[in-house]
Design a protein around this ligand. Structure first.
Ligand code: SF4
Length: 273
């Protein structure tokens, strides 16, 4: 129906205000990416870590290649400390493939229930032990292809075993190594494999074997995911991360609140020894 014309003297309707212009939402600052280190910077960075820790070691408890292999399989998405608590009693009961097969998945599960994904891991530990007995005379093969065929063993686990048990200069990329590869500029890459290949290509041969440990330990204790502790980092001179964390200035030494997670934080790859 057509609207009636206002008669003279009718109150003037208030003017409808134009819709308020939408307030621009403040955009989060675009994360800055580290440029790739030069080869001289790569060497300087690793030499600084080497000076602080000349003989880096795995933090997983093991006594031989077999117990190392089992510990690394158990360490996917679990801390080394939690794995060590579980294997302390597991290895007392079964420290060989033969004994592990005898206690079976239920026997393994009794010891490892406190760590993530324990059901699948218990099955894999028994299955890989059986495969070692059937195909390798009960020994752990020093060969990537054979290792990767074992149940529960992927490239990362094979790299740790080849490096730690057999002294090969391999580079296992776990969550820490992936983060450092990108954050510091030592070997930027979009995937764990790209970071691994970058590190193998760029790290000097004489430093490559231990680089695996230096990077993991540095990521675990100093160059942490949410707040890298750059102010106490021995390798800061060489690191290309553009937004280094200043020393805490909060009251009574309480650090300022943590900034948002670093954009170069990786997908959850799990830790390794
Ligand atoms: S702690 Fe900071 S300075 Fe050290 S490597 Fe990590 S980002 Fe670089």
């Amino acid at each position: 129906m057509p609207r009636a014309k206002p008669a003279p003297g009718d109150p003037v309707p208030a003017e409808t205000p134009p819709p308020a212009a939408a307030k621009p939402t403040p955009r989060a600052a675009k994360p800055r990416r580290a440029r790739a280190m030069t080869l001289a910077e790569v060497r300087g960075f690793l030499q600084a870590l080497a000076q602080a820790n000349p003989a880096p070691q795995s933090e997983l408890d093991y006594t031989d290649p077999y117990t190392l292999l089992v510990a690394v399989v158990l360490s996917a998405q679990a801390t080394d400390a939690s794995v060590n608590r579980a294997t302390r009693t597991l290895f007392q009961e079964a420290a060989t493939p033969d004994a592990m097969v005898r206690i079976g998945a239920d026997g393994v599960a009794r010891h490892i229930r406190s760590i993530g994904l324990w059901q699948g891991k218990a099955r894999n530990v028994v299955a890989l032990s059986q495969a070692l007995l059937d195909q390798h005379g009960g020994a752990v093969p020093a060969d990537r292809e054979a290792l990767e065929k074992l149940p529960g063993v992927g490239r990362k686990t094979a790299n740790v075993v080849l490096n730690v048990a057999f002294g090969e200069a391999t580079m296992a990329v776990d969550t820490h190594v992936f983060r450092l590869g990108n954050r510091t500029g030592i070997a930027p890459g979009a995937t764990p494999r790209a970071v691994e290949d970058g590190l193998v290509r760029r790290v000097p041969r004489d430093l490559l074997r231990d680089a695996h440990h230096w990077l993991i330990l540095h990521g675990r204790y100093v160059c942490k995911a949410r707040r890298p502790e750059c102010w106490r980092c021995v390798a800061a001179t060489w690191c290309r991360y553009p937004d280094k964390t200043p020393a805490p200035t909060g009251k009574a030494g309480i650090p300022d609140p943590a900034p948002p997670a670093d954009p170069s934080s990786p997908p959850e790859l799990g830790s390794t020894g």
